[in-house]
Design a protein around this ligand. Structure first.
Ligand code: NDP
Length: 249
């Protein structure tokens, strides 16, 4: 079942990470040719080999999404190798938590650059191709903390909220050209990073989630794939929460 995705080229930034890997797999299962960005070559080759062993032929491209020139070089390579990108998932992200009073410019800028400036840097490389083809999907992985704020995360919450402002605006600019632009705001997902939180602290987090468990990377990936498919064509400018009921708005 491809639902319009067979043969489409999907670029997933940070696709080698916890949620990113699940997104790459689901898009590949839906028929996409999937390309993930990477930072560390050895780690990326390991990931590619693991994916190949599981039956997925993933492509990888080196790119620091916070660097515009790197993104430009990646865009040129993807145009040459694959004829452009049909589905872009802006998924790369980092945290550098600290209360605002203790937060320095480096901590602020790093998080804004990787989570938000990156969305400009990468989308800029693919949007003309989508406009020319009259079809495209841009899906931005935001966060529950961009919707409700979080103690110690002025940088991350500002970046993640900014992603949605970007989505709504670009959605309006491109809706008539067959392109949809949406955000997904996951709650706590059981990635390695979250599972590394001490069990007692994790239990306190789970206690705040009405469905009584962490989310699964595959659940975010399924939502991405739906938005990318033809069935998702009427959804644009939306911010879809996937948080087990932890925050409702
Ligand atoms: P991971 O840390 O597992 O994955 C993040 C990915 O981003 C990694 O592949 C990482 O590469 C990549 N990355 C980091 N910096 C850069 C950069 N400058 N250029 C290119 N790639 C970069 O995190 P998750 O899978 O958990 O998170 C994925 C997204 O989901 C993030 O945007 C995160 O904010 C968001 N999110 C996650 C939640 C969760 O509970 N896990 C909840 C809500 C939102 P490398 O490993 O090489 O550094």
């Amino acid at each position: 079942m491809s639902n319009g995705l067979n043969g489409k080229v999907a670029l997933v930034t940070g696709g080698t990470g916890g949620i990113g890997s699940a997104i790459c797999i689901k898009l590949a299962q839906a028929g996409c040719k999937v390309v993930s960005t990477y930072m560390d070559e050895a780690q990326a080759n390991d990931w590619k080999a693991k994916m190949a062993a599981a039956g997925f032929d993933m492509a990888i491209v080196k790119c620091d999404v916070s660097n515009f020139d790197d993104c430009k070089a990646m865009g040129d390579k993807l145009n040459a190798d694959f004829g452009g990108v049909d589905v872009l998932v802006n998924n790369a992200g980092i945290t550098k938590d600290g209360t605002f009073r203790k937060m320095g410019p480096d901590q602020w800028n790093a998080v804004l650059d990787v989570n938000l400036v990156s969305v400009f840097n990468v989308t800029k490389q693919v949007i003309d191709g989508m406009l020319n083809k009259g079809w495209g999907r841009v899906i931005n992985i935001s966060s529950i903390n961009g919707q409700k704020g979080q103690f110690g995360q002025t940088n991350y919450a500002a970046a993640k909220a900014g992603m949605h402002g970007f989505s709504m605006s670009l959605a309006q600019e491109t809706a008539k050209k067959g392109i949809t632009v949406n955000s997904i705001s996951p709650g706590y997902i059981g990635t390695e990073m979250v599972m590394a939180i001490p069990e007692d602290v994790r239990n306190q987090i789970v206690a705040q989630i009405p469905v009584g468990r962490l989310g699964k990377p595959e659940e975010i990936a399924a939502l991405v794939t739906f938005l990318a498919s033809e069935d998702g064509a009427f959804i644009t400018g939306a911010n879809i929460a996937a948080n087990g009921g932890q925050h409702m708005c």
